[in-house]
Design a protein around this ligand. Sequence first.
Ligand code: HEC
Length: 216
Amino acid sequence: MSAPHSDHLPDRILQMHEQAVREMVEPRDGISPTPVTFLLLCFFFTAWGGYYIADNPGAWSGMEYNEKPATASTGPAVAIDPMVMGKEIFGACTQCHQADGKGVAATYPPLVASEYVTGDERRLAAILLNGINGPFLVNGATYASEMPKWRDYFQDDELAAVMTYIRNSWGNKAPPVSKDTVAKVRAELAAQPNPWTAASLAEFSAAAAKVKGESK
Ligand code: HEC
């Protein structure tokens, strides 16, 4: 590597300059290659980041973004706790029914100790899918307001989760609701998407009870 020794003065001056330049790297024009150590560090941290996310996925299940899971439909197992998901979705309801489920006197009915919440799950699904246009009697008080429909906002599993949540909060106790139940009611109501009145809901729920009686 060492340059051939030369006594020729210009050559020696050139050599000395080359040495000086090698020892003190001056900023130069042009592009210098990215240091290999830096590239290795980038690879290392990217790989470590990927590993870290895979190792600590939290509730971020690999199934979650799989629209058509190949094996997930073999049972009612749900990756996310419906009570956790339901509580999150219930955020859409607190404005009227309040976080404690007690509602607002004379304006928004309570979900606590309501027969509509803990009773027939199909009727509850029907209420959430289509909404209600009052007047509506809950626990002896009449509400003449409007309950929005949620069919376009939430999917079956989300509605099932919020139903499960309100059926098992604030002292309410009722079996969880599956997304299949919601899907069935949604399909039944495809041609009947208008908000319920007290009368039309009672009709639906009587017919539903009959269907249930026949199929079981
Ligand atoms: C804009 C206000 C509002 C929002 C938001 C709302 N509701 Fe209601 N809800 C009502 C009203 C008002 C009624 C009574 C029907 C009426 O007066 O037409 C009602 C009735 C109900 C009923 C049947 C009566 C009872 O008290 O048991 C249930 C169950 C219910 N809502 C659940 C929910 C759930 C779950 C959500 C969130 C996904 C929700 N509501 C969001 C206003 C609302």
